[in-house]
Design a protein around this ligand. Structure first.
Ligand code: ASP
Length: 349
């Protein structure tokens, strides 16, 4: 309650405006090393993850924090890979690994999600499997501990694709999801960021959400199972200080998440409204389909050409186990694992 009152006070002092112009081209100097994949691993990768694209800040990017990010993402990669080794589906692997990232307070998903402009956490998630192209998603949920579980429930146990708010909560409760009070998602980091954003709102408009030093850290995964099925998923708290009811790209099939066994699976992170408008995840798949190209070319074209000047990143994995990780910010938490290798996690370009 005290937190909400402080926030109301700050809101009174500031004028909320989420509009921001598109950045100048940021893609110069971006080289293939962004991919950071050992040549021997291409063709053998079974799971790729991202944990958000951003600009570095001293609180978020320091050796202690970096090692935590690497530890958690490494653990998520191993858990997902072990699921596949036990015969689990790519959908299982995506769900297991995203759930680990949601449970960590260091990502903007599940516990640790950012706050909307009213000091409430509203979470979004989606999942898709590439065999029948079934998909499920939830948006604007405030009480589901692991939104990725709820997205899976929508995919598996309903004939819908996207459920929102209270309806999504009622549905997933019926299906056995764990519900928590909204306070569960609180982290001091996310709160401080909201307070800072409120205070700064009267000053000049930032060039982009990332330049506001928002807590990026949306999470996503793409997996390939032993039956050559691809699945993809994404989970987020959205954008800090977002308008109540705002839904970003993460729960939108085709914007942030897409999977098609014939081509590839994709999860993305970045400025949601622009990722929706550019159908980012589906664009990668369509590029592979219509140009008959590899995923490197497809994902790089979407991120560096189609999305030129719009900040964010993409992870993609094809049916042969080739992966691509293009991004145009200085930081994107990302990693991959093969069936037998150690997890590889990267943070910087
Ligand atoms: N795409 C997310 C959103 O706009 C944010 C992010 O990826 O960091 O909701």
């Amino acid at each position: 309650m005290k937190r909400i009152i402080t926030l109301l006070f700050i809101i009174m002092l500031s004028c909320h405006d989420n509009k921001a112009p598109v950045l100048e081209d940021q893609t110069q100097g971006i080289a293939l090393q962004n991919e950071a994949i050992a040549t021997s691993d291409q063709g053998n990768i079974v799971l790729v993850l991202h944990g958000g694209a951003s600009y570095p800040t001293p609180t978020r990017n320091n050796p202690t924090r970096d090692s935590i990010i690497k530890e958690v993402m490494g653990r998520a990669l191993i858990a997902g890979r072990d699921t596949l080794l036990k015969g689990g589906s790519s959908t299982d692997a995506v769900e297991v690994s995203i759930q680990i990232l949601e449970d960590s307070p260091f990502f903007n998903a599940g516990k640790g999600a950012v706050f909307n402009g009213e000091g409430v956490n509203e979470l979004d998630a989606s999942i898709m499997e590439g065999k029948e192209r079934k998909a499920g998603a939830v948006a604007g949920v405030k009480q589901i501990k692991n939104p990725i579980n709820a997205a899976r429930m929508v995919m598996d146990s309903s004939d819908n694709v996207l459920l929102v708010g209270e309806g999504a909560e009622r549905f997933s409760k019926l299906k056995g999801a764990t519900l928590v009070s909204n306070d569960y998602f609180f982290t001091q980091d996310s709160w401080d960021e909201l307070v800072k954003a409120k205070k700064e709102n009267n000053e000049k408009l930032p060039k982009s959400p990332i330049e506001k030093n928002e807590k990026f850290g949306t999470v996503g995964a793409v997996a390939l199972d032993l039956g050559k099925n691809i699945a993809a998923g994404t989970s987020t708290g959205g954008r800090s200080n977002k308008r109540f009811g705002r839904v970003g790209d993460s729960p939108i099939i085709g914007a942030s998440t897409y999977a098609d066994n014939r081509y590839c699976g994709v999860s993305s992170t970045g400025w949601g409204e622009l990722f929706i408008r550019n159908a980012v995840a589906h664009s990668v798949v369509s590029y592979v389909e219509f140009k008959n190209s590899g995923i490197q070319e497809a994902a790089q074209w979407v991120m560096y050409d189609k999305m030129k000047g719009i900040e964010g990143g993409i992870i993609a994995l094809d049916k042969e186990g080739n992966a691509s990780f293009p991004f145009n910010t200085p930081v994107m938490n990302r990693g991959y694992i093969t069936l037998t290798g150690e997890p590889k996690v990267f943070i910087y370009k």
